[in-house]
Design a protein around this ligand. Structure first.
Ligand code: IVH
Length: 682
């Protein structure tokens, strides 16, 4: 056995190194190491922690996603209420706020800090003795939801900070989904037939309120800290700006676009700069926030109701415009979805000409009562695809036409609704909002599948974009995605405008795509309702296409976030002979159909539930829970009939009474330690 002291030292060194790389990557956006080298460090740490669970601590970087799904969120009381902000919409309103603030402060000049008002959701993070103990939503300002387990999955939130901090402090910030992540998530949801998030704010809120932290962990959430809530037991800086610098030095992520401003002119310049450049930001901001810099003065100015007198939001003008909706068109997606979209009278919104806009699905169109011929509001809220927000009903002339998808695609000759591209039969599975073209060989579907398969975030086959997909299909060189792997350079060179070099590059790209990780391949197959996120969860569970293909509905539904709809879609996919053919063709071509070696599915305490009550001597509650979880068991806050063991420390609470009532096995700390030792040496 390796010497325990040196193992412990190695574990600590690995953690420090990984935390450093996390910080470089997620907080500073400036990585120092390759993904592969980082993965190696993580793997070594995981292996050591599995072998030596006694060294596992809750702030280990391996423990970001450790917890089991929660039944519901607990409520957290905010010691200091979380306020909202008053808004101003014009220069005049800003000036009025400014003069009033100077007057109330009794000064003729003030220092301010300008920040972006990011469109996400406010959270409060509490650190006790340097450890993140609680993360909560704003809620009603006085009580929020306890979403600690989910916030722990956000890599730019430190799980622990140096010990040299106030023994107890709270920071506040905005959790958000960067534009790129938001667009990708919605594209995936559209492909899965799931309702779309209206904006990044809703998407971020939906993501942190997932009961299963594994789902949250897959969403690329980020945070900017914008306030030190309170700090006990140690002096903190006297101004907001310095407080932010201090928090930054502790490893918190602070927006680099924050500025010190000391006149209305500077506030206006800051605003003007960002009105112009907001589209270039990686996140969505709906305005700037102007804050009085002196914390002492902030306190003196105080609040009116829920709003502080010392800060204000100066909102950006909306990127919206009105135009006429000429017609609703229908396009066919890769899983056969018939997608309605708006054909608009061209309009310029914030400098970009918009001709088409998303309309999601028929239910959505009906709910918003959007009709052909309507004057509509269109918004380009950072999304790649602009969307129709709502019709302006007061401008109706009576000639507008209500939309019915089935009428639109009704084929007079066939006397039935038909796919607008191939004339194939149209179906609407029960309980779904989308209509589908049922012909898997529909050219629009095949083309879209090929584009999806080869795209960057999927199999990443460079050189086969939209136009090459069209050519390959037209020339009959490929009929399905697996045919790509049988293309020869000679076949490609014969195509129009294809040089020797590009043909060679395409063949090379196709060949190296054979080694993509399993989740990418699962995503690439274009199974209805399977987006990238679900594909990852499936790959983690099944480890090979064959295991996935032979899984039962029950087994599929045991994967987090897989419900009956997704499970049935997977079973149906692999039941189709055409799809099985594709898998076999991929196999023969040497495409990797399995993931890395499976981790042991059952850990020594799998299936057991632990409740800990009272104070333990050897470790904190969190540490004890982390160890139990690392061994495969779940930890719960309440004793129920399902509880396997109640660990009883000093001064136990009502949980012990409940355990006695329900006759649940109780363990003293000593017995608990013995059990841990026993099972971890297995
Ligand atoms: S300061 C009293 N700073 O805006 C100060 N808030 O309506 C309150 N927000 O709930 C927060 N960016 O979610 C502050 N740089 C920023 C912000 C910001 C976004 C949000 C926050 C808050 C809402 C206020």
């Amino acid at each position: 056995m390796e010497d325990r002291d040196s193992v412990k030292a190695r574990i600590e060194k690995l953690r420090a190194e990984i935390n450093h790389h996390n910080y470089r990557y997620y907080v500073l956006d400036s990585p120092e190491t390759s993904d592969a080298a980082y993965d190696e460090l993580m793997q070594e740490l995981r292996r050591l922690e599995e072998q030596y669970p006694e060294f596992l601590t809750p702030d280990s970087p391996t423990q970001r996603v450790g917890a089991t799904p929660l039944g519901a969120f607990g409520i957290v009381e905010h010691p200091l209420p979380l306020l909202s902000l008053g808004n101003v919409f014009s220069r005049d309103e800003l000036l009025a706020w400014y003069t009033r603030t100077l007057r109330l402060a009794g000064q003729n000049q003030l220092d301010f800090v300008g920040e972006h008002k990011i469109d996400g959701l406010a959270v409060a993070l509490t650190y006790v003795n340097g450890q993140l103990t609680t993360g909560a939503t704003r809620g009603d300002g006085f009580h929020g939801e306890n979403i600690t387990q989910n916030l722990r999955t956000i890599r730019s939130i430190p799980l622990s900070v140096s010990r040299d901090t106030p023994p107890r402090f709270e920071v506040r910030g905005e959790v958000f989904l960067p534009r790129a992540g938001f667009n990708k998530l919605n594209q995936e949801r559209a492909a899965e037939g799931l309702p779309l998030f209206a904006n990044p704010r809703n998407a971020a809120a939906g993501s942190v309120r997932q009961l299963d932290p594994k789902v949250t962990a897959k969403r690329p959430l980020d945070i900017y800290i914008y306030a030190l809530g309170y700090a006990e037991g140690k002096a903190t800086p006297p101004t907001h700006w310095e407080a932010m610098e201090y928090l930054q030095s502790l490893g918190f992520k602070i927006n680099p676009n924050n500025r010190r401003l000391n006149s209305t002119g500077q506030v206006e310049d800051y605003y003007d700069t960002w009105v112009e450049r907001r589209e270039s930001l990686p996140y969505e901001a709906d305005g700037i926030v102007v804050k009085v810099n002196s914390l002492d003065l902030q306190e003196r100015l105080g609040n009116v109701g829920h709003e502080p007198r010392w800060a204000v939001a100066y909102k950006f003008p909306a990127v919206e415009g009105t135009t006429r909706l000429r017609e609703i068109g229908i396009s066919v997606g890769r899983t056969g979805t018939l997608n309605p979209y708006a054909i608009l009278e061209p309009i310029s919104v914030g400098g970009v000409t918009i001709r088409q806009a998303a309309l999601h699905n028929e239910d959505d169109i009906r709910r918003k009562d959007i009709r052909e011929g309507d004057t509509v509001i269109v918004r380009r809220a950072g999304q790649v695809i602009p969307e129709v927000v709502e019709p302006i009903k007061s401008q109706r002339t009576g000639n507008e036409k209500e939309f019915s998808l089935l009428d639109k695609i009704f084929d007079k000759e066939k006397q039935r609704p038909a796919c607008p591209v191939c004339g194939g039969e149209v179906i609407k599975p029960e309980g779904e909002v989308m209509y589908y073209c049922s012909n898997a060989a529909c050219p629009a579907q095949v083309q879209a599948r090929l584009e999806h398969f080869t795209s960057r975030s999927v199999m990443d086959i460079r050189g086969v974009g939209e136009s090459q997909s069209t050519t390959l299909l037209r020339e009959g060189l490929v009929k399905d995605v697996a045919d790509l792997y049988y293309l020869t350079k000679e076949q490609l060179v014969r195509l129009d405008r294809m040089g020797d070099k590009s043909a060679g590059n395409i063949i090379k790209a196709i060949s190296s795509s054979k080694q993509r990780p399993l989740y990418r391949l699962i995503y690439a197959l274009g199974i209805r309702h399977i987006g990238g996120e679900t594909a990852q969860l499936l790959a983690e569970h099944f480890h090979s296409i064959d295991d996935l293909a032979s899984a039962s509905l029950e087994e599929l539904m045991s994967v987090p976030s897989v419900g009956p709809k997704i499970a049935e879609s997977i079973v149906a996919f692999f039941r189709q002979p055409e799809n099985r053919d594709i898998i076999e063709k991929l196999r023969r071509a040497g495409v990797q159909l399995a993931g890395e070696a499976a981790r042991p599915k059952t850990l020594p305490l799998s299936g057991q539930e632990f409740v800990i009550t009272g104070r333990l001597e050897a470790f904190s509650r969190e540490e004890a829970e982390a160890q139990v979880r690392a061994l495969g068991a779940a930890t719960k806050d309440n004793v129920t009939r399902k509880t396997s063991y109640v660990v009883v420390g000093a001064d136990p609470g009502s949980k012990l009474v409940r355990a006695q009532e329900l006759n649940i096995k109780q363990l003293t700390e000593e017995e608990f330690l013995r059990l841990l030792k026993q099972v971890s040496s297995k």
